[in-house]
Design a protein around this ligand. Structure first.
Ligand SMILES: [Zn+2]
Length: 318
């Protein structure tokens, strides 16, 4: 079977995923973690909300993958000027849990057991944090890449790890991955991810509540359009009085490059030009309106402020 004529029936996706050909590009692109493995959780108050960040693990991506069009010496110089080892992307996996009233909202579900060995730690870290799967009322997916979606599947029964939760994703995102043409259009290294995400969305299709960016999921919790990384990517704005926090998903994925050179094309973005435009728009919004950021891949626990610097921006932890 070729990828061109692949149709995303469960059978074809499984057979492709199970083939060495489909998985071959992944080990080279998703090497062992160099970022920090975090145990436990980080809890803070955000106005009326209680927010807990729980780690799903970490991973590292090489420079050649995250900055495919930037000259290597230019990229390395930027990292060094920020006191950072030029590792490309050393990504944490910061899963956000928001408690408000009777609701418990999880934002993204980690990479699960099938993606790579350094992730999939969400279940044990949720347990350590005292958050039971049954207590989760909503799971919001910023997008459907493997490291955000695949962990929702319970490997024992194929159902959701959060049996009582409403599963929320944008219709744009869902439709993009379910389109049988998508695996034929993404870069070669992403084909396995595209097929795997389509399979999981299909298996759990009846659990999903399709929403549009702009939708208010619960009072004070709404979806914000941050398309570019993927076509239906959203961030989640959490607003309590004058306190605002953007749970950004992958809109700003790297503490050096995404802030200092938002114009550099970011390899993991599905639409790199749109990703760059969205970064600039979001950075401007966060700096102007003094909105806090919680980034899925930013250094643990992902909390940051955005400051303007030299015509671009600066990541400030906390
Ligand atoms: Zn990600």
């Amino acid at each position: 079977m070729t990828l061109t004529n692949a149709r995303l029936s469960r059978r074809s996706a499984l057979s492709l995923l199970g083939s060495a050909a489909a998985l071959a590009p992944l080990p080279a692109l998703w090497p062992a973690a160099r970022a920090r493995d975090v145990k436990g959780s980080h809890t803070f108050k955000h106005g009326a909300f209680e927010i807990t960040v729980v780690s799903d693990g970490s991973f590292t991506l090489p420079m050649s993958f995250v900055l495919p069009t930037t000259p290597k010496d230019e990229a390395e110089a930027l990292y060094k000027s920020h006191g950072s080892e030029p590792v490309g992307m050393a990504g944490q996996m910061n899963v956000t849990v928001i408690k408000t009233g009777a609701a418990t909202v999880v934002i993204d579900s980690g990479g699960g057991t099938d993606f790579m060995p350094t992730v999939g730690k969400l279940p044990e870290n949720l347990e350590l944090a005292g958050i039971t799967p049954d207590s989760v009322t909503h799971v919001i997916f910023t997008h459907a890449h493997a490291d955000h979606l695949w962990g929702v599947v319970d490997p024992f029964d194929g159902g959701s790890r959060f049996p009582k939760a409403k599963h929320i994703i944008t219709a744009t995102e869902f439709d993009y991955w379910m389109n049988p043409d998508t695996p034929t259009k993404v870069p070669e290294a992403m084909k396995g991810v595209a097929l795997g995400s389509a399979r999981r969305l299909k298996d759990l299709a009846e659990r999903f509540d399709m929403q549009k960016s702009g939708a208010e999921i619960l009072p004070g919790i709404s979806l914000v359009d941050t398309a570019g990384h993927t076509p239906g990517h959203v961030s989640v704005l959490v607003k309590s009085g004058t306190n605002q926090l953007l749970v950004g998903g992958d809109v700003l994925g790297n503490p050096v490059v995404s802030f200092a050179r938002p114009d550099w094309l970011w390899g993991p973005d599905e639409n790199r030009e749109q990703g760059a435009a969205t970064r600039k728009r979001v950075l401007d919004m966060l700096a102007t309106d003094k909105i806090g950021l919680l980034g899925y891949h930013l250094p643990w626990p992902g909390l940051a402020r955005v400051e303007r610097k030299d015509g671009a921006y600066r990541y400030v932890a906390g």
